[in-house]
Design a protein around this ligand. Structure first.
Ligand code: CU
Length: 380
């Protein structure tokens, strides 16, 4: 009877497809590997259920059947060779039976041969960079949830902390090889629906791959504790049709970027720089220095009344371009274009009452894209 009850509880847990849709189980995913991982996980789960039923069944049966009130007497035997062989052999066989499919899946996960598209992924504190090695497309992907939601000043959106400005765009039915590394500390690129969780380690390039069989948007996160904003570097992968991908590449590939590089040096009116700067500041800088410009001292210094921000523009530009080694202040010269940098620097020199200090020191309030380029080239 007891065994029957236990079996019933276990069997009710076996209806796992339903639980997967409820979010109680791991997702089945949309790639062959994610499905294999799911099946492996379920096989292990069934074995655990079986062991649970047998072990607890015997235990509970014995407790009830041979209880003291019924006058049960303990047996006095010890050292039974047959039993010892049995309880060593059975777990050994179970482990071997589980290791065989696990090894097959593991070998499949690491087989990056015959890939059709290669994307290099670099983890930074706290963003991802994607480079399509054969298409000449590269960009940063940054959290796009606004600071008001994070600071509980606005209701949280549907994809709170799981949305980015530039998702990774991938064609459907294509074997995509991933070369995963990091620029500062260890991160991990983790998208459950694609069956990928791979450490991003500075100085190493790890390989992984996926083959998405369904179009759609798949979300993930950094899977390795990488610092104070670890929870703020989500991953969004948009799987599109092959035609849509071709169009997307032609819009984003090198030749177009080459033209816009010249465009990016054109001077902008102060108001345009301020508008652009505010948006970009909130996206790229506010996570550390905060919307209020007060930072989170001592790790993230305030920009309000900052000596650098209210000082000479060239020094301010150089500081942002090269960053500060050994701190979270990165060399943004590699990450942002001249126009964006000019906008951000113009904005921080105006905001939080900094403008009064800048003017008092007779320094310039506005930074143009050409000024940024000049500092890049080492011109005064
Ligand atoms: Cu990370």
């Amino acid at each position: 009877m007891i065994i029957r009850i236990l079996s019933f509880i276990c069997i009710s847990f076996l209806a796992t497809a339903a639980y997967a849709s409820l979010g109680w189980n791991m997702p089945v995913g949309v790639t062959p590997v994610s499905k294999e991982i799911y099946e492996l996980h379920m096989a292990g789960f069934y074995v655990c259920c079986g062991i649970g039923v047998v072990v607890f069944g015997v235990l509970i049966y014995s407790l009830i059947k041979f209880r003291k009130s019924k006058g049960a007497q303990a047996a006095h035997f010890h050292e039974h060779l047959g039993i010892e062989i049995l309880w060593t052999t059975i777990p050994f066989l179970i482990l071997v039976a589980l290791a065989i499919p696990a090894t097959i899946v593991l070998a499949h996960i690491h087989n990056t041969e015959e890939s059709e598209l290669t994307v290099k992924i670099t983890g930074y504190q706290w963003k991802w960079k994607y480079e399509y090695l054969d298409q000449g497309v590269s960009f940063f992907s940054i959290l796009s949830t606004n600071q008001d939601q994070i600071n509980n000043k606005a209701p949280k959106g549907e994809f709170y902390l799981l949305e980015v400005d530039n998702p990774l765009v991938i064609p459907v039915d294509t074997k995509v090889k991933l070369l995963i590394t990091a620029d500062d500390v260890i991160h991990a690129w983790w998208v459950p629906s694609l069956g990928v969780k791979q450490d991003a380690i500075p100085g190493y390039i790890n390989e992984n791959w996926f083959y998405a069989t369904q179009t759609g948007t798949y979300r993930g996160q950094c899977g390795e504790l990488c610092g104070v904003n670890h929870g703020f570097m989500p991953i969004v992968v948009k799987v599109v049709s092959k035609d849509e991908f071709k169009q997307w590449v032609s819009l984003h590939s090198g030749s177009v970027a080459g033209e816009t590089r010249k465009e990016l040096l054109k001077p902008l009116p102060e108001s345009a720089l301020m508008t652009l700067g505010k948006v970009e500041y909130e996206k790229t800088c506010a996570m550390c220095h905060q919307n209020s410009g007060m930072g989170l001292p001592p790790t993230f210094p305030p920009l309000k009344k900052s000596r650098i921000v209210t000082g000479p523009a060239t020094a301010n530009i150089a500081y942002v371009l090269t960053g500060v080694p050994g701190t979270a202040m990165q060399p943004f010269g590699q990450q942002l274009d001249n126009r964006t940098l000019a906008g951000i620097i113009t904005y921080i020199r105006h905001a939080w009452g900094n403008d009064a200090s800048v003017l008092k020191k007779k320094q310039s309030l506005v930074v143009q894209p050409q000024d940024v380029q000049n500092v890049r080239e080492g011109k005064k």
